[in-house]
Design a protein around this ligand. Sequence first.
Ligand code: 6PG
Length: 482
Amino acid sequence: MPLSDLGLIGLAVMGSNLARNFASRGFTVSVYNRSPERTNEFIKEFGNEKLVGTFDYVQFVRSLKRPRKIMVMVKAGAAVDGVIADLLPYLQAGDIIIDGGNSHYRDTQRRSKELVASATGGKKIHFVGCGVSGGEEGALHGPSLMPGGSKEAWQQIKVYYQAIAAKDFSGRPCITYVGDNGAGHYVKMVHNGIEYAVMQLMAEAYQMLRVVYKQTPQQIGELFKKYNAGKLNSFLFQIAVPVLTRQDELKKGFLIDAILDRAGAKGTGQWASVDALERGMSISSVTEAVFARSTSAAKNDRLKLSKLYRMLPTKGGSTLGGKKFQTILENALYAAMISCYAQGYELIRKAAAEEKWEVNLAEISRIWEGGCIIRAKLLNVLHSAYQKGNSKNSPLLAVPGIVTLIKKHLPELRALVSFAGTTGVSTPSFSTALFYVQDMTTERLPANLIQGLRDFFGAHTYERTDRPGSFHTEWNQRTINN
Ligand code: 6PG
């Protein structure tokens, strides 16, 4: 029996679909799943000469060409460590493990270290942490792939992974070597953070249209369809149309109205927020989106409190008015989305500097053009702007083409946020997207007052605008009770 090109462990939906994707590009894949029933089921359903079912690690490992390239598609966390520990005794120096789950990048860094020669009894096993985005369909037909870790291993695996990836706007595969240990999973984490932020913006837009403008889900679906044909063209706007317009099968009306307003989360948005806090960076649009999901989850409390506050004002009509509002909203969404990317990219830049990764933001924009959940025309705009600006790593807000776009649409974002403030509908993500751009482009912020206060009550010292050094003032304490 000829040896397989690749091995894949974990036949849940993502793993199965990736295995099928590799097979459809002509590669032979040996598959293994903890429960043999699942392997049998998979082979029965999709089996062909390119997919080889194996039932223990010895059989699995023996069936692979060397160096072995083994993709692990199991639940992030302890299961990944378990699979690696079980596999290790059968592997040889130079073999490659690729973790394609949503692993935390710190775990990926730890695993990379653990797999160096000293920890594996002299066998140097390569480890690649690969962000995979695109959900089930993406895995089957073309995901966006964010591999990081061993560069040597990347050279060996790229031919396979480039073949299964989605295509960008110029037809190139949506994959690039992101950077050293952990970089791939880090960039995937930020991708997910941006995914949270963009979905929250869409939800706030929906709420304004539904509550303030009294539009039906059908009308909002039609508007989003129109948006999707223009500058907001994206996977998320595309799928929002059927989500908004589907009729309920269990009772009369739109399904969206029957879906409980309590958002779940698997945690990557929270990871991104915590990481940003730890690095002293603001990704407030992502964090607001995480908070908004938490608030949504407090459904019972909200229900009780809403009875106490029935008088919340909401505008019946609109000072921004009808058709004009649709254009303002479209441009406000566009500007707010650019702000979300600017925040996410700044976090990547900071992490790359601290972790010593050579991340290329032009390339990150490019590989997100296709396959992933946040794929959008906007990513091509960002990619082109980086290329035209001849920069691959400057802050997004400093890239010339982006400066022009922000200047053009910021007034509409500001108008939307100020209008929303009068309606009783909350728009935390729109607001913070605006505030982020405003503050990052403001020379003098009021932090001087914060420094003065800190120095008053705690002698924390402050810096001055006109000379270097650290200063403390003996403030007149007697003023406290006056
Ligand atoms: C992707 C998605 C995927 C997953 C999210 C969902 O890129 O394919 O991001 O990774 O659907 O993690 O996250 P929440 O359950 O936290 O919304």
